[in-house]
Design a protein around this ligand. Structure first.
Ligand code: ZN
Length: 57
């Protein structure tokens, strides 16, 4: 099993949609390398805080 979401293989995604769902709920971070998002900084290889959506309204 890959350490970060960025390293998940196609098989990991297919086998662990429940784990994926937990990591994707209310994302606060995105990976500046892979553009993945997560609520866990540890799940991303280059985590950066997501800008608040309020500022885009
Ligand atoms: Zn990444």
């Amino acid at each position: 099993m890959a350490k970060t979401l960025c390293d998940w293989k196609k098989d990991d995604i297919a086998k662990h949609p429940d784990r994926l769902a937990k990591l994707l709920l209310d994302p606060c971070f995105f990976c500046k390398k892979c553009a993945r998002s997560s609520n866990s900084r540890k799940a991303l290889c280059k985590p950066v805080a997501l800008p608040s959506l309020v500022s885009f309204r």
